[in-house]
Design a protein around this ligand. Structure first.
Ligand code: MG
Ligand code: ZN
Length: 243
């Protein structure tokens, strides 16, 4: 057993990058973005709406190179790079759980030189079709994950615990950081020694305004607004663990 090891679980969009990657790519063509919004508003599941809209984006002439360029230039705060470097030098592991897709996250991390810092990326699988269209599928299909807190494509709580089980490390402390409603579930899986890092002003914050929801988190709950504050809290946690 390895003692004193911390696992840092992160959401991706608006946690590690400062813009939602799905919206950034679909907004390459405003008509496509509008189509996505109307599909989603009409009740189509999020991943399915993205997948359908990506085919529309391709039909309107957007290919791999434009998508790649938009990913490489996504707004990114350097505090995230410093945080990953700090985590690595303090023997912490990093796992990403996201409703985006493998291609977006891989390419953004590669562009920032951070891919090797991440043990695993758990998200919707993406691949390129023969015509150069990006094909995104749900992470979870059959059997359904059965979690009523989460969207059918991914239960971040179940996946976070699943990663811990299969990686074979006995973590001393778990930290989960996110901004969205879908980051609530993994935070409910944390214990009293663990830390939930919620970003202010977004859908997770709204969810945690509800007393009954907040009561489901037994971990210490800490708030951040800017990535530099998230980095500062992670530093505090890892420095405490080292002592
Ligand atoms: Mg997010
Ligand atoms: Zn869940």
């Amino acid at each position: 057993m390895i003692r004193g090891k911390t696992l840092l679980g992160f959401d991706f969009d608006l946690t590690l990058v400062e813009q939602d990657s799905d919206h950034r790519i679909l907004a390459l063509v405003p008509e496509t973005h509008q189509k996505f919004q109307s599909l989603y508003d009409a009740g189509m599941q999020f991943t399915d709406s993205v997948a359908t809209s990506l085919l529309d984006l391709h039909a309107r002439g957007i290919g791999p190179s434009q998508i790649l360029e938009a990913l490489k230039t996504i707004p990114f705060d350097d505090a995230v790079r410093q945080m990953f470097e700090f985590a690595k030098s303090n023997n912490a592991d990093i796992v990403i759980l996201s409703d985006a897709n493998t291609f977006y996250i891989d390419e953004v991390l590669k562009a920032k030189g951070l891919r090797d810092y991440v043990s695993e990326i758990i998200t919707n699988p993406a691949s390129w079709g023969e015509q150069g269209q990006l094909i995104v599928k749900r992470h979870t299909t059959e059997p359904p994950h059965g979690c009523s807190r989460c969207s059918p494509n991914l239960c971040k709580g179940k996946e976070f615990l699943g990663f811990i089980q299969r990686c074979g490390v006995q973590y001393d402390r778990l930290v989960f950081t996110g901004d969205g409603r879908n980051d609530f579930c993994p935070m409910t899986k944390l214990g009293p020694r663990d830390v939930a890092l919620a970003r202010t002003g977004r859908t997770l914050a709204k969810c945690l305004e509800n007393e009954q929801n907040r009561a489901q988190i037994s971990a210490e709950l800490r708030w951040w607004t800017e990535p530099s504050e998230m980095f500062q809290i992670i530093q505090e946690i890892l420095n405490t663990d080292a002592n």
